[in-house]
Design a protein around this ligand. Structure first.
Ligand code: ZN
Length: 162
């Protein structure tokens, strides 16, 4: 058995499930474990903080409040857009996701929140903003990060090199 514990400067591999409002919305099942550099902000802070001190094989249920996850719902991220500004091939229905060009030309994801008579309300919040996140996490591997990984601020295994 290894005595390694999750700490800053370690590459951590986890299997996990994520439930929101009782519904499974993400999981490492069927994929490689999720791997990241602890302490580098590669994953959401509310989860990263709870992993410190865990050992390989250890399992933990972590509930992350919105402010430590994807943020609170931002009322200013709801934007009303006149209907005639939408291309005709976009179905104007609640829940439809679309890509919109932001002010600086960057593509932004939005969801249709409400369809009115003349205007459509777009929601630019992250889909998980305002949600409590229920993680079930198992540590599957742990190793010290290389110098290069520390410099880059992320893990380099799993074919990730840049
Ligand atoms: Zn790199």
């Amino acid at each position: 058995m290894s005595d390694l514990k999750v700490q800053e400067g370690f590459v951590v591999s986890i299997n996990y499930t994520l439930h929101v409002d009782g519904e499974l919305i993400d999981s490492s099942q069927g994929n490689e474990p999720l791997e990241f550099l602890q302490g580098a902000g590669n994953i959401i802070p509310g989860l990263e903080d709870e992993l410190y001190g865990m050992k390989i094989g250890e399992n933990k249920k972590v509930t992350v409040a919105p402010e430590d996850g994807y943020g609170e719902l931002d009322e200013e991220a709801f934007v009303e857009v006149p209907k005639d500004q939408f291309p005709s091939d976009i179905p104007l229905e609640e829940g439809v996701e679309l890509q919109v060009q932001g002010e600086d030309g960057e593509p932004m994801m939005a969801r249709i929140d409400e369809v009115g008579e003349d205007v459509v309300t777009l929601d630019f919040n992250h889909p998980l903003a305002g949600k409590e996140l229920a993680f079930d996490v198992t540590i599957v591997a742990l190793r010290e990060a290389t110098e290069e990984e520390m410099e880059h601020g992320h893990s380099h295994s799993g074919g990730h090199h840049h």
